[in-house]
Ligand binder design. Sequence first.
Ligand SMILES: *Cc1c(COP(=O)(O)O)cnc(C)c1O
Length: 414
Amino acid sequence: MPVTHTLAADAGLLRRQDPELADVLLAEEHRQSTTLQLTAAENFASPAVLAALGSPLANKYAEGYPGARHHGGCEIVDAAERLATDRARELFGAEHVNVQPHSGSSAVLAAYAALLRPGDTVLALSLAHGGHLTHGSPANFSGRWFDFVGYGVDAESGLVDHDQVRALARAHRPKAIVCGSIAYPRHLDHAFFREVADETGAYLIADAAHPIGLVAGGAAPSPVPYADVVCATTHKVLRGPRGGMILCGRELAERVDRAVFPFTQGGAQMHTIAAKAVAFGEARTPAFAVYAHRVVANARVLADHLADEGLIVTTGGTDTHLITADPGPLGVDGRTGRRLLAAAGMVLDCCPLPHGEARGLRLGTAALTTQGMGEQEMRTVGALLAGVLRGTSDAAGAREAVRELAEVHPPYPG
Ligand SMILES: *Cc1c(COP(=O)(O)O)cnc(C)c1O
């Protein structure tokens, strides 16, 4: 059933019982389908994924793992979790998968819990260069409980400074090295990180929250053969439900499982795990491989167009779904740019830039590509973005063009 029908039916039910909340759901559905979701971490999960999320599996308590639960009546939800883990293991070629982490951050927390003790030293991409909160932010458990040392990207090239990674690893002898970012548009050299980890006796944790969907579709290199533990989300390019997962080898399986439950989480969210199984089922199809490659092709076209329009595109382009760019040459900083673009219906984030203090713009093509947009639409979007940033296109006109583009490519046709 097309999701609009499901939403309409649910909205009818909600409208009778809770009109206030029904209005919120419909307003958000309207917002998502009349603006452009350029936030690099977002996507549109399929109607089948949403159906699993809205299923009665949400009612079931299931602490523990399939076949070894702390509650009765888990035989059926066990089958859902086994489907999810079997499919993910096959999809990523991993010996062991834990699909219970409630989010990407929970997955990272559990990975640290499995491998580290409080006070251990961890080497990760610094937050100012695109590290995630869980990579040592003082506002996050990671920065409070571990001693983080940050490596960076080269100010000129925007690429990870391999010499610095090696030097810091030799100097600090970290217990773990984390590779992964919220803003890095290029493939990471996993073999390089493995080599440094081996040389310095560190675990290698790959936080592949962003690219894991591209990995599933064969459009990005996999960290699985290199990292001791791979943390990921299921809701970014992978297009599943909001959630996390951990992939690892057989020898760390038990430590990872115990780090998720009972160490950092309670009952598994079985509706989300069922939705993860659905998403893995989708991700193993040839259609998803086509999608993943289109996401990258679209990002490359959009990055080229933005560079032609005068933005400074970090690293000169992208290998992935993700683009970071400095709009400075167009006369605006990242924060102002984000506000102007939001007013025109183009939703994206700010990010740090390798070459200075000013904020840049971070955007991605996962959601637009799910909507069926291609290279021609990317050129249209690039022109709209640049016109708004430069202040040459009138705001109402840009908003109308965005609305038309979104209407031609509805996230949930039908
Ligand atoms: C998105 C992301 C996370 C966190 O995911 P949440 O589900 O928001 O907790 C962690 N690490 C990286 C690198 C990410 O991009």
